[in-house]
Design a protein around this ligand. Structure first.
Ligand SMILES: Nc1c(NC[C@H](O)[C@H](O)[C@H](O)CO)[nH]c(=O)[nH]c1=O
Ligand SMILES: CC(=O)[C@@H](O)COP(=O)(O)O
Length: 226
């Protein structure tokens, strides 16, 4: 096989060897329209600067679909600021916050955004595994798409190459935003255009069997936190 320096940046996994990074996105998406969707972004305060870069990447792609969409989304964002952007302390707290947000019924998809960097102990391995599993659990137990926007890196250099387009890097937040829109659209289509499905909520212990009607989120209801 060729040494890393001889291989194009975008062919990271060829020949079973580990290359330094892939600058370009390795996945393509169809044209997406996120204008009617509410995407919740949960981010950590750990590794604040890197996570802020990732969230900036998410916003760029979340709002890029059209100018009209951009204006509308920003309006919704300022009205529902709390729904769209919440901070948790560390990555370990993300699945819990995501479950709360999913069960609030106010969003079509969630992006959990954080950065774990290996230290001296096994802490990194345990937290990474728990967060990965926790986020998948929230996906399936709440039937809300929760995007895994967590970088698990051995050093800060690896983080920089994946959280910023500077110096030939690629901001993964851009792909996470597209993934959220794609999955939220898939969920809406599966539900015939509705945000909430009463049967699903009942299966999770929410909603009332008597009402017999599908509930849509109400802006007037007092909500704590989300
Ligand atoms: N070291 C990192 C952490 N550690 C904190 C944990 O996520 C958690 O907040 C704590 O164990 C309390 O439950 N978090 C990150 O997001 N990134 C790190 O590099
Ligand atoms: C990912 C971590 O939590 C890590 O920074 C902890 O560091 P250490 O293993 O040196 O305690």
């Amino acid at each position: 096989f060729a040494p890393a320096s001889h291989v194009a940046l975008s062919s990271r996994s060829k020949g079973g060897m580990t290359l330094e990074m892939a600058a370009e996105s390795e996945v393509s998406f169809d044209d997406l329209d996120g204008s009617a969707l509410q995407i919740g972004v949960l981010r950590t305060r750990w590794n604040d600067d890197h996570v802020t870069n990732l969230v900036d990447g998410i916003k760029v792609k979340h709002f890029y679909f059209s100018k009209e969409c951009c204006r509308r989304t920003q309006r919704v964002q300022s009205k529902r600021r709390k729904h769209l952007h919440q901070r948790s302390s560390g990555a370990y707290e993300l699945p819990f916050a995501a479950k709360l947000l999913a069960l609030s019924g106010t969003v079509d998809a969630i992006i959990c955004c954080g950065v774990l960097i290996k230290g001296e102990t096994l802490h990194f391995e345990y937290i990474s595994e728990a967060v990965t599993k926790g986020i998948m659990d929230v996906n399936l137990s709440t039937m809300t798409p929760v995007v895994y926007g967590v970088l698990n890196c051995l050093n800060e250099d690896q983080v920089k190459k994946r959280s910023s387009s500077d110096n030939g890097g690629h901001n993964h937040g851009e792909d996470w935003a597209k993934t959220a829109v794609e999955m939220a659209t898939m969920r809406r289509e599966a539900r015939g255009g509705k945000t909430k499905n009463l049967k699903e909520l009942q299966a999770m212990g929410f909603g009332s069997k008597e009402s017999g009607k599908e509930e849509e989120p109400s802006e007037k209801k007092e909500r704590i936190f989300f």
